[in-house]
Write a protein that binds this ligand. Structure first.
Ligand code: 4NP
Length: 156
């Protein structure tokens, strides 16, 4: 079982979308039995809430279902997951405040896996922007996750 956790700030936009994208792609590749996928937020702002309706709508247009409820990242996540993927540099820093250097060995920026990142390693926070921002985030997530699955299938 390969265990992957996606982390953003609120756990209502970017990381639930990454979780939904990954669930769909592993199901399409008949790999779903081999993976445990989850998401969390570094903040406590939206604990218990469903995904932002704007992100849920944009995902639904691509037949991606978002079914998570927001929870906060906790220390045990370092133990419970093999790979922790932060959406941006701030998320990465906030995760690092909770773990040791050793714990941080399993934390990466998701866009390290985006072949079109061009050095921009953050998935931008779409929360305060318009509808296009949500669609742009989904494009980045789809590219990154596709490449991530290829990487994981080669690794283990
Ligand atoms: P997320 O987006 O980190 O992608 O879930 C945000 C959601 C809520 C807030 C910020 C970002 N907020 O400030 O409430």
């Amino acid at each position: 079982m390969k265990k992957v956790l996606f982390v953003c700030l609120g756990n209502i936009c970017r990381s639930p979308a990454a979780e939904g994208v990954m669930q769909k792609k592993i199901r399409e590749r008949s790999l779903d039995e081999q993976y445990k996928i989850d998401s969390a937020g570094t903040s406590s702002f939206h604990i218990g809430e469903p995904p932002d309706p704007r992100m849920a709508y944009a995902a639904d247009q691509r037949e991606i279902a978002l079914e998570s409820r927001a929870r906060q990242f906790i220390y045990d996540d370092f133990k419970d997951f093999d790979l922790i993927l932060a959406m941006d540099e701030e998320n990465f820093e906030d995760i690092s405040l909770k773990g040791s250097t050793k714990d941080m060995e399993k934390v990466r920026l998701l866009r390290e896996f985006d072949p079109e990142a061009n050095g921009n390693l953050s998935v931008p926070d779409p929360y305060y922007g318009g509808a296009q921002g949500f669609d742009d985030v989904l494009d980045m997530l789809e590219r990154s996750v596709e490449n991530l699955i290829d990487f994981l299938e080669r690794q283990y």
